[in-house]
Write a protein that binds this ligand. Structure first.
Ligand SMILES: [Zn+2]
Ligand SMILES: [Zn+2]
Ligand SMILES: [Zn+2]
Ligand SMILES: [Zn+2]
Ligand SMILES: [Zn+2]
Length: 283
């Protein structure tokens, strides 16, 4: 079904120009101007952005040619802008958002410099702070494990997700979650909401700056409610952006991002932290 803009929608900038994605210049079609200045219609924008995510990209950019050149505009569009200007249906939103989240998860890597040898080590198991360094093993011939949190040689038993036995090894993220101040969220007027939350999907810490209770995570790109900590899909079933929902208590643990999709068998249960094949390192 063809999507059409509502001419009364005052949040959009309507223009009388050809579609700069497809080149279509059928008269009397309502088109809008994107943040980069190029004109689109909801159908061409949906099709273009859908083709991007189907090719594994989750950052949207403008494919229009710059005025009078062969060069592409390439300016980035935020997903929220695409969602509004493409008039994404409920179904399309769910498709886009789950695709974006899956692609972001697959591309995410955590790297740190090994304190033993200085080479770059990737942490595969985000639930375990104890990290084994292959380079140390190869170069010094002895097993070396360090703590992802305090960045010292590992002390105590492993695996652990909270801390190691080194003095002073604490999770500063948990402290921020426990001790941050509270605020009243705009629009919904929800009171006493902590200004820092860990993203319920990937665990990255996010500070609430402005706008409503719904926040899109910068790392996993899943949109969630800052008050009740449900995903937007769930929270918005019972309350919209300007309505109250229950404020979840301060988080006592930082969620760990599960990068293995539910449909695939997980091998994290039978891999040990000294299994070389489960670590990839770049030196
Ligand atoms: Zn553009
Ligand atoms: Zn090392
Ligand atoms: Zn530690
Ligand atoms: Zn996240
Ligand atoms: Zn909520």
């Amino acid at each position: 079904m063809e999507k059409r803009y509502d001419p009364k929608d005052s949040s959009l900038i309507f223009v009388n120009r050809k579609d700069e994605i497809t080149g279509d210049d059928t008269p009397d079609v309502l088109r809008v101007e994107m943040s980069c200045g190029h004109a689109v219609d909801p159908n061409s924008l949906t099709a273009w952005c859908r083709s991007l995510i189907d090719q594994g990209h989750f950052i949207f950019h403008c494919p229009a040619a710059k005025e009078g050149t062969e060069e592409k505009c390439n300016k980035q569009w935020h997903y929220v802008e695409v969602r509004r200007h493409a008039l994404l249906t409920e179904e399309e939103q769910q498709y886009f958002e789950s695709k974006i989240a899956t692609i972001a998860a697959a591309q995410y890597c955590e790297y740190k410099w090994c304190p033993g040898c200085g080479s770059c080590v990737e942490r595969k198991d985000l639930t375990n702070l104890c990290v084994f360094c292959i380079i140390c093993m190869k170069e010094k011939g002895k097993s070396y494990q360090f703590c992802w949190q305090c960045m010292k040689e590992w002390k105590g038993s492993a695996p652990r997700s909270d801390r190691c036995d080194n003095v002073g090894c604490t999770n500063i993220q948990l402290e921020a979650l426990q001790n941050c101040s509270t605020k009243t969220l705009p629009f919904s007027k929800i009171q006493q909401c902590p200004i820092i939350r860990a993203c319920p999907t990937c665990g990255v810490l996010i500070e609430h700056k402005a706008m409503c209770k719904f926040v899109i995570c910068t790392r996993c790109h899943v949109e969630f409610c800052f008050a009740c900590l449900q995903t937007k899909n769930i929270c918005s079933k019972s309350s919209s952006y300007n309505q109250v929902c229950a404020v979840a208590p301060r988080q006592r643990r930082v969620p760990v991002w599960s990068r293995v999709s539910d449909s695939k068998p997980s091998n994290s249960l039978n891999s040990t932290n000294t299994d070389e094949s489960s670590w990839c390192t770049i030196s």
